[in-house]
Design a protein around this ligand. Structure first.
Ligand code: GDP
Length: 138
């Protein structure tokens, strides 16, 4: 059993896509074991995306991520890190496979609706960034 961090980014919340995203977890046997709505400060967004701090889009990305409420979740399931990345689709929605969340809903390479951890080490860091053990069920 594996865990990963999911974020419905501020564009997804603003555009009322929370239900659409969660429906896909339910129909793909992905269990939600923690969930909350947060509005990140810019500093929190900068800490979360610290690996990207040298990238040219860092300021824009962290402004966007702190621009409104987001929904953070811990997902659990077999091979869930890779399975959720598949459901999300490629970072650039124009390259995302048909039927993926980003192909269906993203409007921009940055405003791509969802985040998902990309490896067990990043999942552990990212889950710990938003949740303590008492907030995760099961
Ligand atoms: P992810 O793991 O698929 O989310 O992609 P990355 O870790 O490479 O990038 C993190 C986030 O930065 C992406 O989900 C986008 O929101 C944003 N991003 C990535 N590439 C670009 C880019 O070229 N321009 C802008 N403005 N944002 C980007």
């Amino acid at each position: 059993m594996e865990r990963t961090l999911s974020i419905i980014k501020p564009d997804g919340v603003k555009r009322a896509l929370i239900g659409e995203v969660i429906k896909r977890f339910d129909s793909n046997d992905i269990k939600i074991v923690a969930m909350k709505m947060i509005h990140m400060t810019r500093t929190q967004a900068q800490g979360f995306y610290a690996v990207h701090k040298e990238r040219p889009f860092f300021d824009s990305l962290t402004d966007f991520m702190s621009s409104g409420p987001a929904v953070v979740m811990v997902l659990e399931g077999e091979n869930v890190i890779a399975r959720y990345r598949e459901l999300m689709g490629a970072t650039n929605y124009k390259e995302a496979a048909p039927g993926t969340i980003r192909a269906d809903f993203a409007t921009d390479i940055e405003k791509n609706v969802v985040h998902g951890s990309d490896a067990p080490e990043t999942a552990a860091f990212e889950i710990g960034y938003f949740f303590n053990n008492f907030e995760i069920v099961g």
